[in-house]
Design a protein around this ligand. Sequence first.
Ligand SMILES: Cc1cn([C@H]2C[C@H](O)[C@@H](COP(=O)(O)OP(=O)(O)O[C@H]3O[C@@H](C)C(=O)[C@@H](O)[C@H]3O)O2)c(=O)[nH]c1=O
Length: 183
Amino acid sequence: MRVESTDLTDVLVLVPEPFRDERGLFTRTFDTEIFDNAVRRPGAGASFLQDSQSRSGAGVIRGLHGRSGRGEAKLVRCANGAVHDVLVDIRRDSPTFGRQQAFLLDDSEFRHLYVPPGFLHGFQALTDTADVCYRIDRPHDPTEDLGVAYDDPGLAIDWPLPVTVVSPRDAKAGSWTQLIQQL
Ligand SMILES: Cc1cn([C@H]2C[C@H](O)[C@@H](COP(=O)(O)OP(=O)(O)O[C@H]3O[C@@H](C)C(=O)[C@@H](O)[C@H]3O)O2)c(=O)[nH]c1=O
């Protein structure tokens, strides 16, 4: 597994190295030792507590979601299909505060994102079926949900496909301006 830095401070891309043969492929999707070395924090990899998977149809957007309090660290990958994944840094003390970056996550390169606490996260499914798997380091708690509208003009995220479906929660999410006032 290779580790790449990104334009966003502390966000990493973990790139597995699949073994391919006539049967298909085998890939290790996570390696605690490599991850702990990359974030320079022994035990960091073992701290992921919940694994989740969502399935979306083409054009679906989920997000932008964040978490209040001490936030949550996340590992995100696309196990089936492809997604356009977007992160926004909401850490006021970060050199990349307010900046966003998009990543293609798919089932051919298997790139993973390591997202530390303090980010908004969202994605759009690019394929008829897109399965996104993610691990978090704190149990899910909806009382800490933060959200910003995926089409907020202050963020002006360039989503690649026409939007097909969003959840009722995401459809009524607040603005980027409102969020930064409450940080
Ligand atoms: C996120 C989550 C949801 N749920 C429940 C709540 C709800 O009834 C149902 C669907 O939840 P949501 O509509 O919030 O799912 P979704 O919109 O897919 O939420 C996810 O979006 C992406 C972008 C993220 O980054 C994730 O952290 C998460 O916020 O599943 C859990 O039980 N555990 C969880 O960890």
